[in-house]
Design a protein around this ligand. Structure first.
Ligand code: ADP
Ligand code: GN1
Ligand code: MG
Length: 371
């Protein structure tokens, strides 16, 4: 079904939330690939984020919202204890008129509302290294604050979300079936993935062997999933909490590098613009480690560059898989958009392979400087 049709009940959904006054406008907002996001303005001047959750991806929106409510109320207490502003430093769920954190409309779509975090910015590309540093600190700090959160309270909203070997198995099945006959148009890209079969296992196998610890992680640490304070320029609020689940710290680190330390956009068509900025890698690593407050093990530090490579490889493979399956997962804006995204990711993987020793040296340098 078309996404627009799925939003058919937007008015019905909107009328069921406890906004503080009459809604005066409701417009599409942001650049997320998954949910349908709207900005609601009320006559009082209060603004809200109003979202239709993508329940084709999040199969159990009720469990998903339990996770979000648990995590945000846990963070709220810590922020208050630290003298922070809980209305701006974490997401705040606005309830429906009958007191629920989501509304299920008459065609089965799920909706939710958050307070809009005012006086904040969200970036789709790194404009200033300082913003990237601040995002890194915020994501690291997020992990730090959740380090004593009871992970058994969390539902596995997307099982095996960053199980890279399992995603590789699925990719091979999709290629073998070739249901849409698209394989021929992306032969080189398929080969690129097949050539990296060993790389797919590296970090996940270290989780299985216990060499890398399981932590409560964000799992979708794109730059536009953190808000920067307009006035102070500091990392303010980590958003998009849909995928908060037990995971690897190096994946949170790695996904931010994938998105933000690329010298080109995720969907840049001119591949020659794609490369890994080692300066931005260093900037992010410094901020992330600071935010994590010394909680990471030596092994986690050592594996951070591989987290970056694995997340980039996995993401490129996911874009390619989605293309082969008919572009049903990620929101695309034109025919072949997922292939363009896959090209940038694979070009970045190539550059990371070339720069692996440089990345390792940067992490070692930061580690030494903190001794
Ligand atoms: P998706 O899962 O589709 O990525 P997000 O939850 O990340 O959706 O929301 C999309 C965008 O909306 C974000 O990148 C951010 O720019 C903006 N946004 C989301 N929540 C808030 C909020 N509470 N306050 C301000 N902006 C927000
Ligand atoms: C999606 O929701 P958004 O746009 O922040 C995706 C991430 C991918 C990213 C690629 C739940 O993130 O895993 O890395 O696109 N989120 C989900 O840009 O699949
Ligand atoms: Mg997002």
């Amino acid at each position: 079904m078309e996404r627009e049709n799925l939003c058919a009940k937007i008015d019905e959904a909107r009328d069921n939330f406890r906004f503080d006054s009459e809604v005066v406008s409701c417009e599409r907002y942001g650049n997320g690939h998954i949910n349908d996001t709207f900005l609601v303005k009320c006559s009082s001047g209060t603004r809200y984020i109003f979202q239709r959750m993508n329940h084709l991806i999040f199969r159990n929106p009720e469990e998903l919202m339990k996770n979000v409510c648990n995590v945000t109320s846990f963070l709220r207490k810590k922020i208050i204890a630290n003298g922070g502003d809980p209305d701006r430093e974490t997401m705040n769920v606005v309830l429906t008129k009958d007191g629920k954190p989501y509304y299920k409309d008459s065609i089965g779509s799920y909706w939710r509302v958050y307070l809009f975090v005012e006086e904040s910015l969200s970036f789709d590309v790194v404009e200033k290294p300082e913003d990237f540093y601040q995002s890194a600190y915020a994501f690291g700090r997020f992990q730090f604050l959740l380090s004593d959160f009871d992970a058994s309270q969390l539902f596995d909203v997307i099982p095996d979300f960053h199980n890279t070997p399992k995603r590789f198995e699925h990719f091979k099945e999709v290629v073998a079936k070739n249901e849409l006959g698209r394989n021929d148009s992306v032969k080189d890209e398929i080969q690129f993935v097949m050539d990296r079969a060993e790389d797919m296992k590296l970090t996940y196998s270290m989780l299985e062997s216990g060499e890398l610890p399981l932590r409560v992680t964000h799992n979708d640490t794109k730059l536009n999933n953190v808000l920067i304070d307009k006035k102070t320029g500091m990392g303010l609020c980590v958003i998009d909490l849909d995928t908060v689940m037990p995971g690897l710290s190096i994946n949170d680190f790695g996904d931010s590098i994938r998105f933000g330390a690329n010298t080109a956009a995720e969907d840049e068509k001119d591949i020659s613009k794609v490369s890994l900025s080692l300066d931005l890698f260093e900037t992010y690593a410094k901020g992330f480690l600071k935010g994590c407050g010394g909680k990471l093990t030596d092994k986690e530090l050592e594996m951070m560059p591989y987290g970056a490579k694995t997340m980039t490889l996995e993401c490129g493979m996911r874009f390619l898989t989605d293309y082969l399956e008919g572009d049903t997962y990620f929101r695309t804006h034109y025919e072949g958009h997922n292939v363009v995204r896959c090209h940038t990711q694979f070009e970045l993987v190539r550059d990371m392979e070339r720069k692996m020793d440089d990345m390792k040296a940067i992490i070692a340098k930061i580690k030494d400087s903190e001794k």
